[in-house]
Ligand binder design. Structure first.
Ligand code: VG1
Ligand code: CO
Length: 564
């Protein structure tokens, strides 16, 4: 067999390859057209591993099926070969959901994985592409690793590639390549990307109980919308084949390079189709997932909406319905800072530790690895547990179905009982997408200096007949309780004396301009008020947030692009 040549190609470094909240995300045109842009980032990522680590290791590769993924996978194969990686495991046809990658990294004891996704960002030739690195624990690379990737990317002069290797991604099995000056062959293994993940779920949940709910004599009809992302094959295998839901339960189940032209983002705006089909009352349960399958939106009968901050609190209060937690016990709960305090109420009542972390799943990993965290969530439709190190959309769906099966209640009844017991944290998030970066940055600076001014504390703001007095304002800073690392500037928060919070943050996942997020959280325990419309309840705090930030005046935006 002829050995494949290793070529060293000269390149110039870029200064904009800093991974954001979750990987490097840019327009497809940037990856596609800027000379060696993709190769540079892959080289910087592989460069984080020492030559000896690369030689013996297994590395996973896969993605959400978006445009440019196929090209990027072939590049990763050629560059992994040239950089001395021993063994690649790739999902069939390149497809691998983010939670399934996390699961298989852990199962195979791989050194990590490269995920080709820009998650909920639109795809296609005019959309976004993304590359994300996960480490051996199965989770997104922590800041020290992404920092190293960024440093390497800024000084890169060459990359290594075996230009004439290409792999068949469609056939399950091993392909072996001989590489020039290497003793051992380079192995590429194409795997069924749904298998390990399905087996894992079977060990977490009581499949018989869920089966009865979905296919027994009193079966409820469910509608699961994969939004043409990666989740179609997973929903079909788990929900339809294993749990007996009819095939029609899975919609938009074929992964498409451009997600059918939509944002693969499971919220009330971008999953409007699901909301519309659920409204008729035909279905008892509905859910949507994002492009890479880590996010979920849960809907009940007649499209009753479960806010993600409430979702994790409900799961926390019902862990007894999930066999996994009965065997592992519950070590701790966590939420990202902007996520509502609903989870805190469950933690307090059950006497479980609660952690508040910066936005982004990578911060939960250390706590889980240290055995301090069992269940966590983010307001951005992310829910998960320490079964893997990513948020997990289908896991959240099965968690809800398990709770419905054991409580014999509808989604709405479960939610309302929860509010009656714990009170309700009203929550909303306003997103202003693709605002000009300069005024967005100026706005954040202006708010921050306002918070630093001592006269701000104790100040009272009034709107629509309600008054709120500032108790505390800061730029959120997190000290990791496991390794002591400090992460600064994670969002401007204003906390009022009644515990209500207004938070301003700039997104770290966008690819053009700036996205401003305003988060509002306010607790109400009066049973006569807990069923009100959150937009009505929170209207005064929204007005106050807009007044403090001068957002409309500064950005020229009169309304948000998305309201959750
Ligand atoms: C957003 C969400 C954050 C989430 C991140 C990645 O980040 O707010 O909670 O962890 O996306 O999710 P940002 O920086 O844009 O606010 V995913 O499913 O896009 O990987
Ligand atoms: Co995602």
């Amino acid at each position: 067999m002829v050995a494949h040549k290793v070529v060293q190609v000269a390149t110039k470094p870029y200064d904009d390859q800093k991974p954001g909240t979750s990987g490097l995300r840019k327009r497809v045109s940037v990856f596609q057209s800027k000379p060696h842009y993709t190769e540079n980032f892959i080289q910087a990522t592989l460069g984080c591993l020492s030559p000896s680590e690369r030689e013996g290791c297994t590395l996973l590769v896969g993605g959400d099926g978006r445009f440019y993924m196929g090209i990027a996978i072939q590049l990763i194969v050629r560059m992994a070969a040239a950089n001395g990686v021993g063994h690649l495991v790739i999902g069939q046809n390149g497809i691998f959901s983010t939670p399934a990658v996390s699961c298989t990294i852990r199962k195979r004891k791989a050194i990590g994985g490269i995920i080709l996704t820009a998650s909920h960002n639109p795809g296609g030739p005019n959309g976004d592409f993304g590359i994300k690195y996960n480490t051996a624990n199965g989770g997104p690379a922590p800041e020290n690793v992404t920092g190293k990737i960024f440093e390497l990317s800024k000084s890169l002069q060459t990359y290594n590639i075996c230009p004439d290797i290409s792999v068949d991604l469609s056939t399950i099995g091993q392909q072996s390549f001989t590489i020039e000056n290497k003793d051992k062959p380079f192995i590429v293994e194409i795997v069924d990307s749904v298998l390990d993940y399905t087996d894992m779920l079977k060990n977490i949940f009581d499949f018989n109980a869920i089966k009865l709910l979905l296919s027994g004599p009193h079966a409820i009809k469910v509608r699961l919308d994969a939004m043409h992302g990666v989740m179609g094959p997973y929903v079909k295998r788990v929900l339809c084949h294993e749990l007996g839901a009819p095939e029609t339960s899975a919609v938009n189940g074929i992964p498409k390079e451009d997600f059918g032209g939509h944002h693969p983002d499971p919220n009330l705006t971008y999953a409007a189709d699901l909301v519309a089909s659920m409204s008729s009352g035909e279905y008892g349960f509905g859910a949507a997932f994002d492009g890479d399958g880590d996010r979920n939106m849960i809907l009940g009968h007649k499209a009753f909406f479960v806010n993600p901050s409430d979702s994790v609190a409900v799961i926390a209060a019902n862990l007894g319905s999930i066999p996994y937690f009965q065997s592992t016990g519950v070590h701790g709960l966590a939420r990202s800072m902007p996520t509502s305090g609903a989870l805190d109420r469950v933690a307090a009542s059950e006497n479980i530790a609660l952690y508040e972390t910066p936005t982004g799943w990578k911060f939960f990993g250390n706590l889980m690895d240290a055995g301090k965290l069992s269940l966590c969530g983010e307001e951005s439709f992310g829910t998960g547990s320490d079964h893997i190190r990513e948020k997990d959309g289908l896991w959240a769906v099965l968690a809800w179905l398990s709770i419905m099966a054991s409580r014999k209640q509808s989604v709405e009844e479960i939610m309302k009982d929860h509010w009656a017991k714990y009170g309700r944290n009203f929550f909303t998030r306003y997103d202003y997408e693709e605002v000009d970066a300069a005024p967005a940055n100026e706005m954040m600076k202006a708010i921050e200096s306002m918070l630093q001014d001592s006269s701000f504390h104790g100040k009272t703001f009034e709107a629509e007949g309600k008054a709120y007095t500032v108790q505390k304002g800061d730029n959120f800073e997190y000290t990791d309780p496991v390794d002591g690392s400090v992460t600064k500037k994670q969002g401007l928060r204003i906390i009022f004396t009644d515990g209500s919070r207004v938070i301003f943050r700039l997104s770290g996942t966008g690819s053009a301009g700036a996205t401003i997020r305003i988060y509002i959280d306010s607790y109400e325990k009066d049973p006569s008020k807990i069923h009100q419309d959150p937009q009505v309840m929170l209207a005064p705090l929204v007005s106050i947030a807009l007044k403090i930030s001068q957002l409309r005046e500064r950005t020229g935006r009169n309304a948000p692009t998305v309201i959750t």
